[in-house]
Ligand binder design. Structure first.
Ligand code: 6AU
Length: 277
């Protein structure tokens, strides 16, 4: 409760992870808690989206294994846009294997994620060994450990997810005990999170109007494949979201740039109401 009423500036000061402090300061100075999910299959489309929404976001989230034409050049261009617009890049890889395997998937292969992604997502299911694996990879790479961090996926947004009860509390505990490399938690609620530095990232966010505009499911708050949506207000005020992830609510809009601006405004207003500044 107190954590949620605290401003991002003060939480940055209390953070014990360099990247979480960096995220909280960026969010505070740029006045945006919006993360856009670039779930597109073509690199030109991803770059075009990054350029359009760049001014309104704090994090640009990718799924590079869904791209048909991934290249090193794409990564360089995305990094350039991140510099120009001042946002961080999160590769939503959701690592979920033993430390040794995750280390290879992070720092080798055709994507070499450790080389360019400021942030990555990690499932808690293997236990702390997965975090040690990612750290071990960085220690043997040219990337600085202090320029990288992960978010633990503690609770999913999808219908009938298995991330409940003791799994959920253990995943949060894992994040809280490993702030040496954990900057935040992907979850649908702040219940159980106490560390002021940990950033809550919440996906499954879409306005009703953007959904009905597409007439996807009438008034249903689902996408037909298990995704469940809440409004920007609801996730910030009732669920404790620090950063909200919006994918199709923005990528399927007539103007992704206008939509991003709208989501940014709605989310920031809700944050100001939460901390009552
Ligand atoms: O707004 P959408 O539904 O178009 O996109 C939601 C995005 C997708 C998912 O891979 C991701 O958020 N996501 C995650 C993350 C961020 O890890 C976890 C989760 O529980 N649900 C979810 O949708 O890119």
């Amino acid at each position: 409760e107190e954590r949620l009423k605290t401003t991002f500036e003060s939480r940055a000061e209390k953070s014990s992870n360099a990247m979480s402090a960096k995220i909280l300061r960026l969010v505070a100075s740029k006045r945006t808690t919006l993360c856009v999910a670039a779930d597109l299959s073509n690199t030109d489309k991803v770059l075009e989206l990054a350029n359009a929404v760049g001014p309104y976001i704090c994090i640009f989230k990718t799924h590079v294994d869904a791209l048909e034409d991934f290249s090193k050049k794409f990564v360089q261009e995305l990094q350039q846009l991140a510099k120009v617009h001042n946002f961080l890049i999160m590769e939503d890889r959701k690592f979920g294997d033993i430390g040794h395997t995750a280390s290879l998937q992070y720092g080798a292969g055709c994507f070499n994620i450790a080389d360019w992604a400021d942030l990555v997502t990690v499932h808690a299911i293997p236990g702390p060994g997965i975090i040690d694996g990612l750290i071990n990879c960085l220690e043997n790479s040219k990337s600085q450990l202090s320029d990288r961090a992960c978010f633990i996926v503690a609770e999913m947004s999808s219908k009938d997810t298995l991330t409940t009860g003791s799994y959920l509390s253990a995943a949060i505990k894992l994040a809280e005990t490993r702030e040496d490399f954990v900057a935040g938690i992907v979850s649908q609620s702040a219940t159980g999170i106490s560390s002021p530095g940990l950033v809550q990232l919440t996906p499954g966010v879409r306005t009703i109007s953007s959904q009905n505009g597409k007439e996807r499911n009438g008034t249903s708050r689902e996408d037909g494949l298990g995704q469940q949506y809440n409004s920007p207000d609801h996730v910030v005020l009732e669920r404790g979201a620090d950063i909200a992830v919006v994918g199709r609510g923005i990528t399927e809009a007539d103007s992704p740039s206008d939509a991003a601006k709208l989501y940014r405004d709605l989310l920031w207003k809700a944050y100001e109401e939460r901390v009552a500044v």
